[in-house]
Design a protein around this ligand. Structure first.
Ligand code: CP
Length: 359
């Protein structure tokens, strides 16, 4: 079998490869009918173990607009997952029916796990609070089209930075471009995980952590709002303490630059008032539409083997060590090899990036 281009973490690919995808997306936007039968005869499976509107439907419409067909489920309870079938077997079977497999699952590292047994390329459509690489491609296309560049931007990221997988993937990507500055706007409880801060530090990126949107909004080229991720909290009381702290409204927009854009991966709950929707700087609905074109481009690049193969597992096997993250896929899929990357006196789980300090 040819090596597969699994899209698990964009960090496995070069910026030239990212640019190839977003540039193809821009060509598709200009002339969509040219691509209408590009994937004729190909089948895409979408396995959504978690709710989704944009990611699932934009992948589906992307494949249909390329002339391909789609299979899959958007609710595992109507599949044999409800009878106890594990991720390995589901992936093995469905990947033998399809040419490309798109998966969303609440467990962190689940897409990486699925890629180990799949017979076709796997695309991570969101693995718990960990990563969401195709949202990041969408965000990069939005920035290219609306700001004209991916470098030299001051970007504020506001809300649930701890659980926001779109934030994690976006920071990992934009930290590869020169002269970007990040303003991390959250409560201490919802601050960015330390492993992402370590990546920013290692890449020499400038960032600051603040707790007031109002105080920094006037400095920003881009404001990336996020929802507080209720489903990632261990109890309702903790969520209640964190919700509704950050609000973008028309009053705050008055303090923003005339050319600042507002992005949001959506869904929105209550963090942006609807009056902001009519502000020409509100880009979130357009951003969701860019997601279709970027996913069309990604499907073509993956099916036509235009990308490298990314990284499989390359860490060391530590069968006796268990990842401490209760949401790591190795907690539920017991057959998975426990592999870790060694970073000094730290072991980093290869599925979810959780760190364990060695004694
Ligand atoms: N942005 C995003 O992932 O939206 P959905 O959860 O609706 O797919």
């Amino acid at each position: 079998m040819m090596p597969q281009s699994h899209i698990i973490d964009l960090d496995s690919y070069t910026t030239d490869e990212w640019n190839m995808i977003t540039e193809l997306a821009q060509r598709i936007m200009k002339n969509p009918s040219y691509y209408h039968s590009r994937c004729s005869g190909k089948v895409m499976a979408t396995l959504f173990y978690e709710p989704s509107t944009r990611t699932q439907m934009s992948f589906q419409t992307a494949m249909l607009r390329l002339g391909g067909t789609i299979i899959g489920f958007d609710n595992p309870s109507v599949s044999s997952v409800s009878k106890g079938e594990n991720l390995k077997d589901t992936t093995k079977i469905v990947s033998s029916y399809a040419d490309i497999l798109v998966i969303r699952n609440p467990m962190e590292g689940s897409a990486r796990a699925a890629s180990l047994t799949a017979d076709c390329p796997v695309i991570n459509a969101g693995d718990g609070g960990h990563l969401h690489p195709t949202q990041t491609l969408t965000d990069m296309l939005t920035l290219k089209c609306e700001k004209g560049r991916l470098c030299g931007l001051k970007i504020g990221l506001c809300g649930d930075l701890r659980n926001g997988r779109t934030v994690h993937s976006l920071l990992k990507a934009l930290s590869r471009y020169e002269n970007n500055e990040f303003v991390l706007i959250s409560t201490p409880q919802l601050a960015l995980p330390s492993y992402i801060k370590d990546i920013l530090n290692a890449r020499g990126c400038s960032y600051k952590e603040v707790n007031s949107l109002e105080e920094v909004i006037g400095e920003l080229d881009v404001l990336y709002m996020t929802r507080i991720q209720k489903e990632r909290f261990s109890c309702e009381a903790e969520y209640e303490k964190q919700k509704s702290i950050f609000l973008l409204d028309a009053e705050k927009m008055k303090k923003a630059r005339p050319d600042m854009i507002v992005m949001h991966p959506l869904p929105r709950v209550d963090e942006i008032t609807m009056e902001v929707d009519d502000d020409p700087r509100a880009m979130y609905f357009k951003q969701a539409k860019y997601g279709v074109f970027v996913r069309m481009a990604l499907i073509i690049c993956v099916l036509e083997n235009r990308l490298g193969t990314g990284k499989g597992l390359c860490g060391k096997l530590h069968s006796d060590v268990c990842c401490k993250n209760p949401k790591c896929i190795t907690r539920t899929e017991k057959y998975l090899p426990h592999t870790f990357i060694t970073r000094g006196d730290i072991l980093e789980c290869e599925y979810c990036d959780e760190r364990i300090l060695l004694d």
